[in-house]
Design a protein around this ligand. Structure first.
Ligand code: MBD
Ligand code: FE
Length: 283
């Protein structure tokens, strides 16, 4: 078979993010939702399911196929992947409605806490033979009123030039292309890394099988994940995308926003450079 890029296996690309989610669940905010609200939300979710069954005259074999698929998602550890690809953008839109400053985007399943802390001008950890076009992202973190935020944390993680994430794809060393960059006194940072590739949902796992069965495509455009944190300020979780990049207009996770597209330019030495400033709201 000749394809420009091999389809990643679910295990190889790290679709199984369940263990990471469970391990980080203590640091994540898990709601203690009152019964009336649980009832109200779940009633509407179930009504959506019941309505779809009636509308499409769903058969018993289709109902059993759905159960088998749901079991496979759990057994394959793909609930974080499925939820973040197909549901998280709707939650993020609710949060975004009340957040000023830099636009947010979804966290996704591949964030890892406690990565190496780096100075304001830095190079992300990478392999000696790391593939990919050099990329430098620089900018400033500021308050809504323009005050530079020194000592802010720019937590960045992204896929490599083949679309794989460290910590999830077994062949990529831990910590690769991840770091917590601390801004200087003027809130500035300059991060050297490599251009990531688009991300393909693994086609052999249940999420990929659903995508195939529905005739959709399994791609996210190339992106950098970034979470910016500063004392006394509301953190922002976002992603940056690349102008002209493939899948920008049809992200399977529906997580792109026009304000989050950068357009790095070659500086004449083969390094692509872009600036992006992050603006945080006071907490
Ligand atoms: C990703 O890399 C990602 O960012 C999201 C949101 C879902 C799946 C893979
Ligand atoms: Fe991602």
């Amino acid at each position: 078979m000749t394809t420009t890029q091999e389809s990643p296996t679910a295990a190889g690309s790290g679709a199984n993010a369940s263990e990471n989610f469970k391990a980080s669940a203590s640091s994540q905010e898990i709601a203690d939702t009152p019964p009336e609200r649980v009832a109200a939300i779940v009633t509407d979710v179930l009504k959506g399911v019941h309505d779809a069954i009636a509308k499409h005259d769903v058969s018993y074999p289709e109902f059993q196929a759905a159960k088998a698929w749901l079991m496979a998602v759990g057994e394959g550890g793909e609930w974080p992947l499925f939820m973040d690809v197909f549901v998280e953008h709707a939650v993020e839109a609710q949060v975004a409605a009340s957040q000023q400053g830099t636009k947010g985007s979804i966290l996704g399943p591949y964030f890892l806490p406690d990565q190496v802390r780096l100075g304001s001008t830095c190079k992300l950890p990478r392999r000696d033979d790391e593939k990919g076009t050099p990329l430098v992202l620089s900018g400033q973190v500021r308050d809504l009123d323009g005050t530079p935020l020194g000592g802010a944390e720019v937590d960045i993680w992204h896929a490599d030039a083949d679309g794989y994430y460290s910590g999830f794809a077994p062949h990529v060393p831990d910590g690769n292309l991840r770091g917590v960059v601390v801004t200087d006194d003027e809130g500035r940072f300059a991060i050297e890394t490599v251009q990531p590739a688009p991300y393909q949902i693994p086609t052999d796992g249940p999420t990929g099988q659903l995508i195939g069965a529905a005739g959709w495509h399994p791609w996210r455009p190339a992106h950098l994940h970034i979470q910016v944190r500063a004392e006394g300020h509301r953190p922002i979780t976002t992603q940056l995308y690349f102008a002209g990049g493939e899948w920008l207009d049809s992200d399977v996770a529906e997580a792109t926003k026009p304000e989050l597209i950068i357009d790095p330019q070659d500086d004449g030495t083969g390094i692509r450079r872009s600036t992006y400033d992050f603006v945080l709201e006071s907490a």
